[in-house]
Design a protein around this ligand. Sequence first.
Ligand SMILES: Nc1ncnc2c1ncn2[C@@H]1O[C@H](COP(=O)(O)OP(=O)(O)OP(=O)(O)O)[C@@H](O)[C@H]1O
Ligand SMILES: [Mg+2]
Length: 359
Amino acid sequence: METQPSILIVDDEPDNFDVIETLLADEGYQLHYAPNGQNALDRLETFQPDVILLDVMMPGISGIEVCQTIKTDPRWQTIPIVMVTALNTKEDLARCMAVGASDFISKPVNSTELRARVRSMLKIKQQYDDLQALLKLREDMVNMIVHDLRNPLASILLSTDILRFPGLTAENQQKKVNQIAIAGHQLQALIDSLLMMAKLESGKMVLECSKTSLFAPCLASVQNFEAIAAQKKVKLTTRLAQPDGMINVDPAIFRRILDNLLSNAIKFSPPDNEVLLLANYLEPGGAKIQVVDSGPGVREEFKQGIFEKYEVGTLMKGVSQIGLGLAFCKMAIEAHGGTISVTDNRPKGSIFSISLPSA
Ligand SMILES: Nc1ncnc2c1ncn2[C@@H]1O[C@H](COP(=O)(O)OP(=O)(O)OP(=O)(O)O)[C@@H](O)[C@H]1O
Ligand SMILES: [Mg+2]
């Protein structure tokens, strides 16, 4: 129900449709009309309304049968049906409910009642749709994460197998050990991101801030990525504007923020490119940190979105894109009172900038 909710009105009397149309005129709905049961069922093949208002007594297929057909078809089951009926006995109403109608309204239709019932049905439908979307997202996410955990794990297992091979040269041994280390880091980063995000979101993450040098975590993070960068032939450069100074951050979380930005810059850069980490201390306790790359850059329309969870912007071939890293960075940096943003590098690439406010 992104834009205007749509309502299908099924009634053999066009006059009745006109009445309902008038009564719902100002509610901002898209109204569709079907003059009989068969027509209604045919229309459902190509279009899914958010609510159906269904006349009970119609020539041909009765409202009860239409309702039954809709409610037994998995494609349409979840559309709420409000029976519109001149019948008033408890038995009639019970019959409507028995075939799966969500609600009913008696003829002649009262305008306040009609609007209230339609609104309430739309609300339920919306909640249902949102829940479905969430479940789908969760399922996709679990699949993605399992997939992304499996890749580095497979690489570790393969490398350990090769290491057991007796005739392996020292050089090849070293190569395999490096691969194991890289895959291990990937696994660790992924698991850490998931855990930290969950903690941040539940409000359970308490920052344990302490005074730390600005340069120390920058250097540690760059060192952490040297092997991965070398493997991709990406040149990692650090430019730290002297002098260093003390910032007040949670050291572990701050490191993870830097790691995420470097990981992205290296991951999305083509080989033989340079990734730059710039850090500037700003008296008294503020800092500006930038990670600059010459990769594909971030398209204008994704510059906000990529900081949301599971938003991955432009899909890139051969790179794992889960969409957690920047969401974590944003949450974490904001928890420190800072900001994060992305701008374009010239002639190409992106610049991710973190600002830590002065204490
Ligand atoms: N340096 C970059 N250059 C180009 N695109 C980038 C860069 N950094 C991030 N992006 C885009 O933003 C998206 C979101 O990044 P984010 O770090 O949140 O997730 P991810 O890298 O896809 O997965 P992970 O959860 O493993 O970090 C990426 O998928 C990518 O499309
Ligand atoms: Mg990332």
